[in-house]
Write a protein of this length. Sequence first.
Length: 223
Amino acid sequence: MINANLPPVIAIDGPSASGKGTLAGIVAKTLGWHQLDSGMLYRLSALAVMRKGIEPGNEAEIAEVARSLDVRFDGQQVLLDNDDVSDVLRQEEVGALASQIATYPLLRQALFERQRAFRKAPGLVADGRDMGTVIFPDAKLKIFLIADVNERAQRRYKQLIEKGISANLMALLEDLKARDERDMHRSHSPLVPAEDAKIIDSSALSIEESVAKVLAYWSEVNA
């Protein structure tokens, strides 16, 4: 049930490299709303774990690290312990660890309230894997963004190359397939569309076309 007393939320979920972060950013800017990139919080947790030398299997300690993250978002910059880690967070090593530890219930619980705190007036566009099912089940609009895994691998490869980060297309493809498997079959908050989500296949769509679809759906729910 939608709580009319709370700022509205548009939840955009989907698999890795489906383009949900870019889509959410443009939609948020268009509406003049706040944005939550939930995947960034998991990547920040993974990076903090790597820097502290914590074993990837130590769920309790990883959850405590996430709970005490010193994070600040400043425009396009992401600061961890006052260090600009914006580019480091996009490295595949960080993403792979984030995908691994994201299956831990204690970690997801630790980040639950931190994510909900992003809900502020005039509204929030939140992207991730469980925004519409777990974090904001009362979101006024829920989008589930999908794309062919080969297309997603191509997008991720192009993104990394443009940032000057070396990458192997086939390795990226296999990594995305493995992430999809983990995300969809984990016992806690699996990657599934909410029952009332609008499915958008962005495989053959430009980002502008995907944005237009989301804004059209938003107009419909407010009609």
